[in-house]
Design a binder for this molecule. Structure first.
Ligand SMILES: Cc1cc2nc3c(=O)[nH]c(=O)nc-3n(C[C@H](O)[C@H](O)[C@H](O)COP(=O)(O)O)c2cc1C
Length: 221
């Protein structure tokens, strides 16, 4: 562990259902790095969150499905979250957007105020990075504080060694530093509320109470 930290809990999951998923390998690496840096990890499988296509009729008739309720439960049980997401057609996979849409129907809305780190892995040269820009939009719309740096692993089908680690030491170091930086922010947001109120999401807007989206520091439990 590189430094003494206050306790912070991280939900980590891959948005792929595929056995042998590159993004699941990356999610597991991120989970190990978080633990190495002193965070606690709840590593989830996307299958735990799977469910039907969103329909307001289904919601009215049956309520929110169990997979979405499970993601809500785990978002609430953790302080921050990390998603390793495939890129499908230059965007996020439909199943991930569908899940976000379902979870957004809960009140209080579970993504609001949670710090998020986005990762991707793809066989392409861009590593699925375009998909993460698409993923930022609904998450930021819902009030998640999406970390400015993202990590995308290009040519991921050749990038892991036999232990599931990133073979290039330069890229492995970059992932490690991105995660450590995110953890600094998540820790500050939870434990040092003065830093939290300094986080202004829309730089073009004046930080005044009617329009800013900065939460008041939570009362200590
Ligand atoms: C429907 C579909 C669309 C895809 N579109 C893209 C794409 O736009 N960019 C990209 O880099 N890879 C794309 N891919 C390839 C995925 O990156 C690749 O299948 C990857 O292994 C999926 O992630 P996983 O291994 O975590 O399941 C696509 C794959 C599928 C099935």
């Amino acid at each position: 562990m590189s430094q003494q930290r206050e306790p912070v809990r991280y939900l980590v999951f891959s948005a792929s259902l595929r056995a042998g998923s590159l993004n699941t390998t990356l999610a597991k690496l991120a989970a190990s790095a978080i633990e190495k840096h002193g965070g606690s990890v709840d590593l989830a499988e996307m299958s735990a969150f799977d469910g039907p296509s969103y329909s307001q009729d289904v919601q009215t008739r049956d309520g929110v499905p169990s997979g979405a309720a499970e993601l809500r439960r785990r978002l609430e049980a953790n302080d921050a979250f990390v998603i390793a997401s495939p890129e499908y057609n230059g965007s996020m996979p439909g199943l991930l957007k569908n899940l976000i849409d379902w979870v957004s129907r809960f009140r209080p809305q579970p993504f609001n105020g949670k710090h998020a780190l986005l990762l991707s892995a793809s066989p392409s040269m861009a590593g699925g990075n375009r998909g993460l820009w698409a993923l930022r939009v609904p998450l930021e719309h819902l009030g998640s504080r999406v970390y400015p740096d993202m990590f995308s692993l290009a040519q991921a089908h050749q990038a892991f060694d036999t232990q599931g680690k990133i073979a290039s030491s330069q890229l492995a170091d970059r992932l490690d530093k991105t995660i450590a930086g995110f953890m600094d922010l998540a820790e500050a947001a939870k434990h040092y509320p003065c830093a939290k109120t300094a986080w202004i999401e829309f730089l073009g807007e004046h930080p005044n109470s009617p329009i800013d989206r900065v939460d008041k520091p939570a009362e200590p439990a």
